[in-house]
Write a protein that binds this ligand. Structure first.
Ligand code: GLN
Length: 303
């Protein structure tokens, strides 16, 4: 398979869709991003890394961080997190409050904001510094020691973070946070602000294609745990569009409102696509189209 030719074909096919949708405006620092960007990278389990377009331009990973925080908690703490967060699709927007009251402060899954706040709380208790733990992990897995937080994005999100604060306080009232709300929010926002390129993210998500093996060949997750993260990405990774994403793309995927999506073909490769224009559910319009085209022309999906 000529990966480069495939990615170039995908980029050409989705070019008319680049710039469609809206950049995330509820975090003002993200509203300044050029909606005309598009990049895609593929990191194969044999070590091949290819990309096209803006594949080496850093962007805000936002909710893609939720897949990494879950991996770090499962790796070190096993299954106990599932007492505090579910693993069913929510069918609601990623920042919705409504289910939390019906379900007694237990978020539906770890990839909506409420669920990620619980996972971040657990990572904070385990490590004493959840956001630096994640940054160090991403530097090691991507092989890029230059990765960093974007302080302006973190500050912008803190300033406009009433919704996430409400989710966190509500869960705290049910006893589902161990750390103070401001601490959990701070680490959650810093994790979301990490800047990475498609290349960095395809490499950093490689352990999900390698059935849990880290970049240095050591075992980060058991095969079973890696399967579980991929399964939750498939059913919940694109929020209330997860059904449509599975229908069109047929792969585990995790999106973020920075316009990035990481998708995994277990045993084969990890992909990352980036284009900042979002659909109404917060997923990249050109990004989903690119992954749809990729799995269509290659025939590679989990189905
Ligand atoms: N930091 C964003 C938020 O909390 C992440 C949301 C997303 O990428 N879907 O709202």
């Amino acid at each position: 398979m000529d990966y480069q030719a495939v990615l170039d074909e995908v980029a050409a096919a989705v070019a008319p869709q680049v710039g469609r949708g809206q950049v995330a405006r509820y975090i003002p620092a993200l509203a300044a991003v050029d909606p005309g960007r598009f990049g895609i990278a593929l990191a194969a389990v044999d070590g091949t890394v290819v990309g096209t377009g803006d594949w080496e331009v850093p962007f805000s990973i936002q909710s893609i961080s939720k897949a990494f925080s879950l991996a770090l908690v499962l790796a070190q703490d096993g299954e106990s997190i599932w007492r505090r967060v579910g693993r069913e699709p929510s069918g609601n927007p990623f920042n919705s409050l409504v289910q939390l009251e019906h379900e007694n402060g237990i978020p539906r899954n770890p990839f909506i904001n409420a669920g990620a706040l619980v996972v971040t709380d657990r990572l904070q208790s385990m490590t004493g510094d959840a956001s630096t733990t994640m940054l160090d992990f991403l530097r090691a897995e991507s092989g890029n020691p230059e990765l960093s937080f974007d302080a302006a994005v973190a500050a912008s999100e803190t300033e406009h973070g009433d919704r996430n604060a409400a989710l966190a306080h509500f869960m705290a009232s049910y006893g589902n946070l161990d750390n103070p709300v401001p601490t959990v929010l701070e680490h959650y926002f810093w994790q979301c602000s990490i800047e990475m390129s498609c290349r960095d993210l395809a490499l950093a998500g490689g352990f999900l294609a390698r059935h849990g093996l880290a970049a240095d060949g050591s075992r980060l997750l058991s095969r079973r745990e890696a399967k579980r993260i991929n399964a939750v990405m498939l059913t919940c990774g694109t929020y209330d569009a997860a059904g449509d994403f599975a229908y069109r793309v047929g792969l585990p995927g995790k999106s973020g409102v920075g316009g990035g999506i990481v998708a995994v073909i277990p045993g084969r490769c990890t992909l990352c696509v980036w284009s900042p224009g979002l659909d109404a559910r917060g997923n990249s319009v050109a990004g989903v189209a690119a992954l749809d085209h990729f799995t269509t022309i290659t025939g590679w999906s989990v189905f």
